[in-house]
Design a binder for this molecule. Structure first.
Ligand SMILES: *[C@@H]1O[C@H](CO)[C@@H](O)[C@H](O)[C@H]1NC(C)=O
Ligand SMILES: *[C@@H]1O[C@H](CO)[C@@H](O)[C@H](O)[C@H]1NC(C)=O
Ligand SMILES: *[C@@H]1O[C@H](CO)[C@@H](O)[C@H](O)[C@H]1NC(C)=O
Ligand SMILES: *[C@@H]1O[C@H](CO)[C@@H](O)[C@H](O)[C@H]1NC(C)=O
Ligand SMILES: *[C@@H]1O[C@H](CO)[C@@H](O)[C@H](O)[C@H]1NC(C)=O
Length: 883
């Protein structure tokens, strides 16, 4: 393989011209409703709810019941108008295209009083229109008129109905989201309000050029023995009227040792009818010039800069893309489980695990919902994306599932995942519904899948594509009364996810696995005709599991699975967060209309209450009932997910369970939900607990019904744990001094979970008086969090005292430019359960929700704005559990 020097780079070239039509000094945008009664200046990219808030027409949309009170917005028709100047010179280009990266959703577009240049109906698609004939020198006007998504969905549903009829009435939502290629959660979900948004949610610009532009780039990275083959495919585009592309395509990649590898080729080809061509260049890269990309917790996510460049011979015009690529292999292994588990019950069926760079890795993480209920803010609010993804990274997550009821996220999001080593399980945007399959619908889906796979394919972070969220189980389980017409819906299902979507993915991205649904039985579902007889079969694929009735602190109640891709429990957000949605103190009461409105479970708060009161004491007449209910709901959720997650990690030993992605990472409003991080960014106790239950090395005990204890050692490292000492301290609730201490040797292979040979029970003690603490010390293991067994529900324990707690914040150090680290010293005079530190200063503690078994404890508080240590100290409020 020869590498050429890039000759053309010494010539002077000009870039294909971009005229940005974002709102600015040069481009003014306005919006107006149908009858002209509501109008104002618009921000583009943006959306109508954001614009109406800025104009003061509506208040904070997340306040109280404004989701319902502002619904008129989604029923009106909105026109966005831009006025901008174009010079004579701009008009000389051979190709002049209007490019709209994202329009939400059903709209038509008019330029300069001509008849509509286009009608659009998919928010996930980039639209490109030839506007050379319509543009003029001087002032130009661009009008985009959006129809009500509620009305548009209804009109389509009348022609091509697909179940369900509507979301449950407690969601205060809208019907037939499945008729529109729009964020499905815009019409309400069990964790979120309906804001059926409209607007220009992604950039809009004019491209003017004479030759051609690179529209998309895909990268195909394969191991070739010790080396790598990198194939770069450039999707080149020009006008439909231009029949030939003539130029030079080149690639340059910066590798180790400050070397840049380059290669180029002449492109002199006829375009296809749509004005496009696909060209590729392959480069062989020696293995020693590359370091591997690893998911978080398993190594560094090394990335390399790739520059892809097209110089058209006409006027030496340039178009290029800069990407970062990671070198790694990834596959889902579905092979006979008996090879690992023997001819046992567990060994029936197939494995389901991710093998990265040749190693089977346990995937720890969560599920991502849109970072904002308004798609334009989910796109533009980079701080929130940074904070959420960093928070996932900091608690040892290696994978997030981008759930199918949201959006294909921004380039920024996936870039950040590449950098943080967070693998993405990427659903296509279909969720919890049957979908129409009329030809126009399938056409726009085809466009959507092509473009989004082309846009996202090069990201090292993307691990797998999945056709939809829960639609296989919905169909098999008759969630939407489809059983009388099962055959029809089964055919529709296959037409959409198998016949339409699958070949597109296979063509553009042959290296990645496409799962038809999540959850599914993987290839077993495929062999059963795509709708398996039991898509939840624990012997195959992934599962979603929710059970609000069984005791959620009891490990023995959870079922087996090869890969848990969803599971969770609700809690309430903190009172501080709730107060950002209401200033009325009467709202902060479980019986308030406010909290009833925000709880989309038809069972209200009963599931939370049942789980909570099963373990904790909370008298109905407690003066701090609501405050405690909120706090206890977070304890209950954190303990439940700790329990369930450790069950799945332990399951690596006897069922080869290889993934635990809990539902859900984040929130879109201040409401009871399954999230670990509240809207606004506060961490619930769950998110702090995740850091420990996802620790790379963890001693994980399981209390059996017999009061014997099984002890597992979980090891997600490439080296074994050897010569470990597992210490079990048995504490009386009354004292810091253990009443007994036992030590056992421990070990675990690399990348394994292992049941330890430990004979352990607590028959000698009164169960209400004691608890057990497990800790691990082993050569080379720097950090392994302690773990606990509480033999009886906390409401039944005796001896736990009300503690005396002193907090002092002595010093602060600057970690880097915008990271301050405060040391918080905590002194207590007795055992404390779930000690929770809270402050209104923006930042977070590195740990929280402590089980305190020693008189002294320190914890760091991280923030990016200086406050006096004394002020931090005085701001800290404490909560804990006591009977
Ligand atoms: C114009 O539209 C607004 C918002 O939909 C509505 O409230 C108002 O009644 C309408 N006015 C007229 C004159 O129709
Ligand atoms: C563009 O929209 C504005 C505001 O609704 C309207 O006054 C104007 O007539 C529209 N122009 C075209 C060409 O549709
Ligand atoms: C499982 O049983 C099959 C069929 O009886 C046999 O061929 C295979 O070797 C067995 N595998 C193991 C791991 O024991
Ligand atoms: C725990 O401490 C209390 C108070 O000192 C004592 O009465 C009780 O016997 C102790 N229980 C155990 C199991 O040590
Ligand atoms: C708490 O600590 C303070 C200060 O040391 C002391 O005066 C007080 O008696 C303690 N209270 C209890 C209940 O131990």
């Amino acid at each position: 393989m020869r590498t050429f020097v890039l000759l053309c780079s010494v010539l002077t070239t000009i870039d294909a011209k971009i005229i940005d039509l974002s709102s600015s000094d040069r481009v003014t945008w306005t919006f107006v409703n149908k009858n002209g009664s509501v109008s104002g200046p618009a921000t583009v990219p943006g959306g109508v709810y954001s614009d109406l808030q800025k104009a003061g027409v509506i208040g904070d949309i997340l306040s109280r019941d404004n989701d319902v009170l502002t619904r008129w917005v989604a029923l009106d028709t909105w026109t966005y108008t831009a006025k901008f100047q174009v010079s004579k010179g701009d008009l000389e280009s051979r190709v002049i295209h209007l490019v709209l990266d994202g329009l939400d959703t059903t709209a038509f577009i008019v330029v300069n009083d001509h008849s509509p240049i286009g009608a659009v109906n998919n928010m996930f698609v980039q639209y490109v229109f030839d506007i050379k004939p319509t543009l003029k020198a001087g002032e130009n006007v661009l009008n985009i008129t959006f129809l009500s998504p509620i009305v548009a969905a209804e009109i389509r549903s009348n022609k091509a109905f697909a179940p369900p009829e509507c979301v449950p009435s407690v969601y205060h939502g809208e019907c037939h989201a499945n008729q529109l290629r729009k964020m499905q959660a815009s019409f309400a979900w069990d964790w979120g309000p309906a804001f059926p948004s409209v607007g220009i949610w992604r950039p809009v610009y004019i491209e003017a050029y004479d030759g051609a532009v690179i529209r998309w780039v895909t990268t195909h990275i394969k191991r070739v023995e010790a080396d790598w083959s990198l194939t770069v495919r450039a999707y080149i585009e020009t006008s439909k009227k231009v029949t030939k592309i003539d130029g030079v395509l080149s690639i340059a990649i910066k590798v180790e040792g400050k070397q840049t590898l380059k290669k180029w080729k002449q492109v002199n080809v006829e375009t296809k009818a749509d004005g496009t061509v696909v060209e590729e260049i392959e480069l062989l890269i020696s293995g020693n010039m590359i370091r591997l990309w690893w998911p978080n917790g398993y190594g560094e996510p090394t990335l390399y800069d790739l520059h892809v460049h097209l110089t058209s011979n006409i006027k030496s015009e340039d178009s290029y893309k800069d990407l970062k690529v990671g070198f790694r292999t990834i596959e889902i292994v579905e092979s006979p489980a008996s090879e690992i588990l023997g001819n046992t019950t567990a060994g029936k069926g197939l494995t389901f695990y991710f093998k990265v760079n040749g190693f089977p890795l346990f995937m720890k993480g969560s599920n991502w919902i849109p970072s904002n209920i308004l798609p334009e803010l989910g796109e533009s609010d980079k701080d929130t994306i940074d904070n959420l993804l960093t928070a996932a990274h900091d608690v040892n997550m290696a994978m997030l599932r981008v759930w199918g009821g949201g959006v294909y996220e921004s380039d920024y999001f996936y870039d950040k995942c590449d950098q943080l080593g967070i693998l993405i399980w990427q659903d296509f945007m279909f969720a919890c519904s049957m979908y129409p399959v009329d030809p126009p619908f399938l056409n726009i889906v085809t466009q959507e899948i092509e473009q989004n796979v082309l846009r996202l394919q090069h990201h090292a972070s993307i691990a797998v594509w999945a056709g939809n969220n829960e639609n296989e189980v919905a169909l098999r389980g008759n969630w939407y009364e489809t059983s009388t017409d099962f055959k029809k819906y089964e055919e529709d299902y296959i037409k959409l996810y198998v016949d339409t979507i699958r070949p597109i993915v296979a063509d553009i991205d042959p290296e990645r696995r496409y799962l038809v649904s999540s959850p599914s039985n993987g290839i077993e579902s495929e062999q059963e005709g795509y709708v398996a007889s039991n898509p939840y079969d624990p012997h195959y694929g992934d599962t979603h599991y929710y059970n609000y009735f069984a005791d959620n602190w009891n490990m023995n109640t959870y079922p087996k699975t090869r890969f848990a891709s969803e599971y969770g429990f609700q809690s309430l957000p903190s009172i501080r967060t709730l107060k950002t949605a209401t200033s009325n103190p009467e709202d902060l009461n479980l019986d308030s209309k406010f909290l009833a409105h925000r709880q989309h479970s038809p069972n209200g708060y009963a599931y939370i209450e049942n789980q909570l009161t099963g373990h904790m004491k909370l008298a109905a007449n407690d003066l701090k009932y609501f405050e405690k209910f909120v706090f206890y709901s977070q304890i209950s959720q954190a303990m439940a997910l700790k329990t369930e997650t450790e069950v799945y990690r332990q399951g690596q030993a006897d069922w080869y369970t290889m993934g635990a992605l809990y539902w859900q990472l984040n929130d879109v409003w201040q409401a009871p939900s399954w999230s670990g991080i509240e809207y606004g960014g506060r961490w619930k106790m769950l998110h702090y607990f995740a850091k420990s239950f996802f620790a790379p090395v963890l001693v994980s005990p399981r209390q059996l019904a017999s009061d014997y204890i099984d002890v597992y050692l979980l090891n997600d490292r490439f080296i074994p744990v050897v010569d470990a000492v597992i210490t079990v301290d048995i504490y009386n609730w009354t004292s810091f001094t253990p009443v007994n201490k036992k030590q056992f040797p421990g070990n675990a292979d690399a990348l394994s979970a292992k049941l330890q040979d430990i004979d352990m029970n607590y028959w000698d003690y009164k169960k209400e008086q004691i608890f057990l603490k497990f800790s691990l010390e082993a050569p080379g293991v720097k950090w392994s969090p302690s773990n606990y067994i509480f033999p009886v529900p906390l409401k039944s324990i005796v001896g736990l005292k009300t503690p005396n707690i002193t907090i002092t914040v002595a010093n602060v150090v600057m970690r880097n430019k915008d990271k301050l680290e405060y040391t918080v010293n905590i002194e207590v005079d007795s055992i404390v359960l779930f000690l929770w530190l809270d402050t209104d200063i923006k930042g977070h503690f590195v740990d929280n929700g402590f089980i305190v078994t020693e008189p002294k404890l320190t914890v760091q508080f991280i923030c990016n704005k200086y406050v006096a240590p004394r002020d931090l100290q005085n701001s800290i409020e404490l909560q804990y559990y006591v009977n």
